[in-house]
Design a protein around this ligand. Structure first.
Ligand code: SF4
Length: 392
């Protein structure tokens, strides 16, 4: 038998069930079980004889909401990933998941539904939208009050734990990303905590050699592996067949199609198991980013998006990098403040906007200078905004 802990998202040894309740237990029996388990610190097990039998959810909900049971409730028997939403919502802490091959499916299911189980919110009569708005507001208050990047990352970590979250950090090896990488993996953050963070980069297969070298230098310096997320081969072949290898020069539409295939789609896949997404966005990077918040609910990916260096100045960033001997891409010294794919990025002249070298052949409207990874989800909005598709 294989057991999954919903909070740590790890496989665990078979738990010692202290109290197993019958599926047809009445209120009196449930109350007695809750009292006994509370007094002894014991674990309550609820059987699921058939996966279509939802009585176990009702029993758990009654234990939590009627009798205030705060300890562990475990589901055993026939449970499937599709039931993750109900297991979380009704307060289960672990489940017997059959065999190890189902582990990934369970992780994905738990991530998707992590915001649904919020007993406090439910008790307060809050719906999902109100709950998310409240979370965003609280996070922004907490993060803006933090004294430094480490404190912000600690808040992020606590949030992830409280929401059974999986943290993803997307790096494009820009200076801001390198500062966050250092804060996460230099030992300041704690090796165990950093080990839970999935760091990845979108390898569009059109990157500069210096970007690849910076990835490797960063991995070496911090003893980490930065996962390269590449485009789907079939989708890429279709794009190239349709628009050519460098069709992005011909129209904004073609360029956005290329960014969609090489960046936006792979990002969505990379964020599928995540509940919290850390980025290196900074308001000073462009006018288009000047209103971005520290924390924002990302509708497109169903994650809490956090930008922990959003309010750093150029000077502060440079000092942080220098003081900590953080590796940076040597191209920055050659006039590339913002680095994307090789065919779409060139050096800028003194006085030009720092993103002027991105897709330089297109019109200069700053709103065009995005690839679709951040535009839609970072416009000022609230969680009742309709879901949007990709922006490319
Ligand atoms: S930046 Fe250029 S090469 Fe890279 S994905 Fe976008 S259009 Fe394609």
């Amino acid at each position: 038998m294989v057991w999954l802990d919903f909070q740590t998202r790890a496989l665990v040894a078979e738990p010692q069930l202290d109290i197993t309740i019958q599926i047809d237990s009445d209120d009196e029996a449930l109350k007695a079980a809750a009292t006994k388990a509370t007094q002894s610190g014991g674990i309550i097990g609820i059987p699921f004889e058939k996966y279509k039998d939802g009585r176990g959810f009702t029993l758990a909900r009654i234990l939590r909401e009627e009798f205030g049971f705060q300890g562990e409730i475990i589901a055993f028997g026939h449970v499937v990933p599709d039931q993750a939403q109900f297991l979380l919502r009704t307060g289960f802490t672990k489940a017997e998941i059959g065999d190890e091959a189902r582990f990934e499916a369970w992780l994905v299911a738990l991530s998707r539904f992590q915001l649904h189980y919020q007993p406090t919110a439910l008790h307060q009569g809050l719906g999902r939208k109100a709950y998310i708005d409240q979370r965003v507001e609280n996070l922004n208050t907490q993060l803006s009050g933090a004294q430094n990047l480490q404190e912000r990352l600690a808040i992020i970590k606590d949030y992830a734990k409280a929401t059974y979250g999986h943290i993803a950090f997307s790096t494009s090896l820009q200076k801001e990303d390198q500062a966050i990488t250092h804060a996460l993996f230099s030992g300041l953050f704690g090796k165990d905590d950093a080990g839970d963070i999935k760091i990845f980069t979108l390898d569009t297969l059109r990157l500069f050699d210096d970007v690849i070298a910076t990835i490797e230098a960063t991995e070496k310096q911090y003893g980490i592996t930065i996962k390269r997320i590449t485009p789907d081969q079939a989708e890429l072949a279709e794009l190239v067949a349709q628009n050519g290898e460098n069709g992005f020069y011909e129209s904004v539409e073609n360029r956005k199609a290329c960014c969609f295939t090489r960046k936006v789609r792979p990002l969505s896949k990379a964020l599928e198991p995540a509940t919290l997404w850390i980025t290196g966005l900074r308001r000073g990077q462009s006018d288009n980013r000047k209103d971005i918040a520290l924390a924002k609910w990302d509708h497109d990916h169903g994650v809490m998006k956090i930008n922990p260096v959003i309010d750093w100045s150029d000077e502060f960033l440079e000092a942080y990098l220098a003081d900590n001997a953080i590796p940076v891409n040597p191209m920055h010294e050659r006039g590339f403040p913002s680095i994307g794919c090789e065919p779409c990025t060139r050096a800028i002249k003194p006085g030009e906007d720092i993103r002027a070298g991105r897709w330089w052949w297109e019109q200069k409207d700053d709103s065009q200078k995005e690839c679709g990874l951040h535009v839609a989800t970072d416009q000022p909005s609230h969680s009742d905004q309709p879901l949007k598709g990709a922006t490319a």
